[in-house]
Design a protein around this ligand. Structure first.
Ligand SMILES: Cc1cc2nc3c(=O)[nH]c(=O)nc-3n(C[C@H](O)[C@H](O)[C@H](O)COP(=O)(O)OP(=O)(O)OC[C@H]3O[C@@H](n4cnc5c(N)ncnc54)[C@H](O)[C@@H]3O)c2cc1C
Length: 438
């Protein structure tokens, strides 16, 4: 049986943070990933902008350490030019190279096409995870485990309770297939936005278009005339990917009732791919600068924003987020608004009460699974109310949670302690020494 100090389920931003922290702190570390690539939503669902590293107004850096190493490596592969406004735009293929390069550099064992379908327990401890691949199933054992599956799969397999969807109502955030458009003429686009501010806006940062907002009138008119198939959206945002004339569009939206149903997910993906094709044609025909553009690609997978969340020693509350909550056991900061892609109301942003330059803290207890001594729950599946997750899920914050989990795992093994008894003061000190901003 393959055996590790630290076993991480899911190699998205959160899992990568945990793996890099674990390996850099001396742990024999493995990432088990169902996709044929690392990066999670970054690479498989074309979420090509890192949010959460800065406050929402972009004025203050609130996440540091491992994210800086990823961004520097990504720059080396030509995948980003760094911060623009409040986010770091990048290109997905270069991100695949950068994160795999870092995994190799720090000796992380990576398993691709490997789905974790269960686990074995001894008392309150997980001893191994059950992985299915081409060889059937096999066990991978470990001392400490991280659930960064986004769907709280491992947390669920421990037979602990898990939370799903909006409390009391059960619905989930809508899912998206982003798509890339290349060869957009930015000069023509800028002129068009100046001539038609009622239709689109294209704010410039350092003379470049960073973001395009297509206002509702244009989208609604095209939908009414059956010239655009975008059933769940009446406005559109596109973001520059860090290369001139190349934009990513997040406008497609599908309502998913049961993300565990392969059939329902297949229907949603097929519908989203129709939305991609229709939306691209709409942009090409209606927005100056897009005439000679082409549909470069759409994401290989479907981007899930929210599915299932673990239940930790603390459940992060909506009020903690909105009121800038402070915790003695803080391990990360986040300033992102509640961003809810509501299947009934559309996209809803609720900003933090103290404004876009403010932030709240994520407590260590909300990344420690309740009832299990050696399981951390991070990223999309942290222990949080639905509304709180709608903020804390952004990828910069997910990475920061991972950093904390990786360092805490090392301390658990060293001190032979359950995760909930880690010396949090020492954890915070170590994180700060490693570049985290607390
Ligand atoms: C369309 C869309 C747009 C977004 N826009 C932004 C944005 O602009 N900026 C930003 O920062 N965030 C954005 N987000 C949010 C962000 O992408 C996620 O919240 C972030 O990726 C969370 O990281 P994670 O590692 O927790 O989860 P994920 O990125 O979802 O990674 C989870 C990983 O676990 C793997 N996995 C799942 N189950 C198993 C299993 N049983 N066994 C093995 N592997 C498994 C998955 O394949 C995946 O690789 C967006 C999300 C979506 C969907």
């Amino acid at each position: 049986m393959d055996s590790y100090d630290l076993v991480i389920v899911g190699g998205g931003p959160a899992g990568l943070g945990a793996a890099l922290a674990g390996a850099k702190n001396g742990l024999k570390t493995a990432i088990i990933e169902r996709n044929p690539m690392l990066g999670g939503n970054w690479t498989h669902s074309y979420v090509v902008s890192i949010l959460g590293v800065y406050t929402y107004d972009g004025s203050e850096k609130i996440v540091g350490g491992i994210v800086d190493e990823i961004v520097e490596t990504l720059k080396g592969f030509g995948g980003t030019k760094g911060k623009v406004g409040n986010f770091i735009p990048f290109r997905p293929d270069e991100m695949k190279l950068a994160v795999s390069h870092l995994a190799d550099k720090y000796g992380i064992s990576t398993y691709f096409n490997s789905l974790v379908i269960g686990c074995k327990l001894s008392g309150n401890r997980i001893t191994s995870v059950t992985v299915v691949g081409k060889d059937g199933t096999h066990e991978v054992s470990g001392k400490e485990f991280v659930d960064s599956s986004g769907d709280a799969d491992l947390s669920y397999y421990t037979a602990s309770n898990a939370m799903e969807g909006k409390e009391g109502e059960g619905w989930h955030q809508e899912a998206t297939i982003p798509f890339r458009i290349a060869n957009v003429n930015e000069a023509e686009l800028i002129n068009f936005s100046k001539e038609h501010p009622e239709l689109i806006s294209a704010p410039l940062i350092e003379g470049k278009v960073s973001k395009i907002h297509i206002n509702p009138p244009l989208v609604e008119k095209a939908k009414k005339e059956n010239k655009l198939y975008l059933p769940n959206e009446n406005t559109e945002f596109l973001f520059n990917t860090s290369r001139e004339g190349e934009f990513i569009c997040n406008a497609t939206h599908a309502k998913i009732k049961d993300y565990k149903s392969g059939q329902e997910v297949a229907k949603a993906i097929n519908d989203l791919r129709h939305q991609v094709a229709s939306d691209f044609e709409f942009l090409k025909k209606n927005i100056a600068g897009f005439e000679n553009s082409y549909l470069m690609d759409s994401s290989p997978g479907i981007g899930m924003r929210e599915t299932r969340r673990g239940i930790g020693e603390y459940v992060l509350k909506r009020d903690d987020v909105l009121n800038g909550g402070r915790f003695e056991d803080h391990i990360a900061r986040c300033g992102h608004p509640l961003e809810i892609h509501d299947p009934n109301k559309g996209l809803v942003y609720i900003h933090l009460n103290k404004g876009d330059s403010s932030w709240y803290e994520i407590p260590y207890r909300s990344i420690v699974q309740k009832g299990i001594d050696n399981l951390f729950i991070i990223g999309r599946c942290l222990s949080a109310e639905f509304d709180a997750q709608a903020s804390a899920r952004v990828s910069g914050t997910a990475l920061a949670m991972g950093h904390a989990a990786g360092v805490a795992a090392k301390m658990c093994i060293r001190d032979n302690t359950p995760a909930k008894e880690v010396n949090v003061k020492e954890l915070q000190q170590t994180l700060k020494e490693q570049g985290a901003i607390l």
